[in-house]
Design a protein around this ligand. Structure first.
Ligand SMILES: Nc1ncnc2c1ncn2[C@@H]1O[C@H](COP(=O)(O)OP(=O)(O)OP(=O)(O)O)[C@@H](O)[C@H]1O
Ligand SMILES: [Mg+2]
Length: 496
């Protein structure tokens, strides 16, 4: 027997480290069903009372959660009434919901586990992999032996997205009913058979207070970014968020958007909707993926961005710049659209500038200084700390010399101490804000300190719910004195 150690367990999940294996095992108990139970699963229309009426009712319910609540109650009471024999009615009903009604199949328990970030199915006869928020990549005990087992799931996703997936359209990028992002490939794109990748939707997006608490960002840097994003109502920064795949770019972007004053009009542009700015009253999200224009041309990010500029936005937020839209985005900044933000795949700030200026984005290098800050995120995994995401670099783009972009690191992460600190490099953007807002450097430093105090107060008093966090930031913008007195600062804090 190989040496095993249970490193975590909850609900019917056990996470086990096996000596010598690089990845932990994510084990879920998959129940054995009786003949009767199997019969219900195979012929639900015959075996479940009012089957059609239930399905009709399900169409009226919006979220999978509402459906689960309704179905659990209805099916449990029906089976109890009919006195069926079941080892565990709860387990059976839950499986029935997954297989018959939601068509999640055996992925159901994984889809519902909020501690998972990603679910990956590569091919038949290989285990499904998951990325766990705490334990990183794990191998699960779920394995498919036959295509017929996951076909209903793929059909469900394609029906929900309103798009076909077949040999002519072998790639599908869509949303699941619970808001998660899903990518499916089938042959000939993936010659070995279908693959499924689910990026699970986090029900409540992280806010900056949570990100400070889990050490993705420091309090000091968060206060600085608050000033940069809000721009003291006069000169918000243009920000690019860079990082590798899954490093937390979109999440970070979403969190710093909570600093946007709520009297601004924001348009977001994405391939597949992820950014959630519900807290901005005057917000329009635009999405490219599901649409095709007349003649079959795909609605590009570029077209959407051009359109967004006709919508009189105060800011445009772009999720992942990749192509032609990059230049349009910078041109928009050039003609006065301040406070715009986007994400980009790159491992560090220098690489981000190289990618921006190379094909297919091909932004002229002289435009790059329009970007005030580049924030870089990284994902780390180590056995002690588990999985962590950190802002590892904040760089300022200052100018161009001899065809190279001049760049200074103003914050850097230290791997040994695991913290991000301001460097010796003077922050030019601070000088710019001070100048544009008519403040002295000292006054701006006081402002930064006050905001840091507000953040400290929020952490100390456990103000971590999104509504409360946003309310606090908004109140600070509209009633600074009131907020400061709540925080316990009556007079100006003296700065020496
Ligand atoms: N700072 C963080 N701490 C812990 N988990 C995080 C953090 N940021 C993001 N996550 C989680 O990591 C996953 C990936 O995050 P996100 O989508 O923001 O990354 P991304 O860099 O935008 O990915 P992609 O490269 O696919 O665009 C999500 O499940 C998210 O909830
Ligand atoms: Mg992203």
């Amino acid at each position: 027997m190989m040496e095993q150690r249970v490193i975590d367990s909850y609900d019917n999940v056990k996470i086990v480290e096996v000596r010598g294996d690089p990845l932990p095992m994510y084990l879920i108990e998959e129940p054995e069903f009786s003949e009767y139970e199997k019969g219900v699963m195979q012929q639900p229309q015959k075996m479940i009372e009012n089957y059609d009426a239930i399905n009709k009712k399900l169409n009226d319910l919006k979220t999978p959660n509402e459906k689960i609540v309704f179905l659990t109650e209805y099916l449990t009471s029906q089976f109890q009434k009919n006195g069926i024999k079941s080892k565990d009615i709860g387990v059976f009903v839950s499986a029935l919901i997954d297989h018959v009604f939601l068509r999640y199949g055996r992925l159901g328990p994984l889809i519902r586990d909020d501690r998972l970030e990603e679910i990956m199915f590569d091919s038949l006869d290989t285990p499904v992999f998951v990325v766990h928020r705490k334990h990183g990549m794990c191998i699960t005990s779920v394995e498919y032996k036959d295509e017929s087992e996951f076909e209903p799931f793929i059909r469900m996703v394609s029906e929900h997205a309103g798009r076909k997936i077949n040999a002519e359209n072998p790639l599908l990028d869509a949303h699941m009913p619970d808001g998660s992002r899903i990518n499916i490939t089938v042959p000939p794109a993936s010659p070995e058979g279908a693959s499924i990748t689910i990026r699970k939707f986090k029900k409540t997006p992280y806010n900056i207070i949570e990100l400070i608490k889990i050490r993705t960002v420091s309090m000091d840097l968060a206060a600085f970014l608050w000033v940069c994003v809000e721009g003291l109502g006069i000169c918000p920064a243009n920000i690019l968020i860079a990082g590798g795949a899954g490093s937390g770019k979109t999440t970070f972007l979403n969190a710093i958007c909570m600093f946007i004053p709520n009297n601004e009009r924001v348009v977001s542009v994405e391939d597949t909707l992820e950014i959630n700015l519900e807290f901005v009253e005057n917000w329009v999200p635009l999405e490219a993926a599901p649409l095709a224009l007349e003649g079959g041309e795909k609605l590009s990010m570029h077209r959407l961005l051009q359109n967004s500029l006709r919508m009189r936005p105060d800011r445009v937020i772009v999720g992942e710049v990749r192509g032609k839209e990059a230049e349009t985005f910078l041109v928009a900044m050039d003609i006065g659209l301040k406070g715009s933000m986007c994400t980009l795949h790159a491992n560090n700030a220098r690489e981000a500038t190289i990618r921006l200026t190379s094909e297919p984005m091909a932004v002229p290098i002289r435009m790059l200084p329009l970007i005030d800050l580049v924030i870089v995120l990284n994902r780390h995994y180590d056995r002690v700390r588990g999985m962590s995401r950190r802002v590892t670099q904040v760089a300022e783009l200052s100018g161009i010399e001899k065809e190279t972009i001049q760049m200074g690191d103003i914050y850097l992460w230290n791997v040994k101490t695991d913290d991000i600190r301001q460097t010796e490099y003077p922050i030019m953007f601070k000088e710019e804000i001070a100048k544009k807002c008519g403040l002295t450097k000292k006054e701006l430093d006081i402002e930064l300190l006050l905001r840091k105090k507000v953040l400290e107060y929020m952490i100390k008093n456990n103000i971590t719910q999104n509504e409360d966090v946003i309310r606090m930031f908004q109140r600070y913008h509209s009633d600074k004195a009131g907020t400061l007195s709540q925080v316990g600062i009556q007079k100006r804090t003296p700065v020496s």
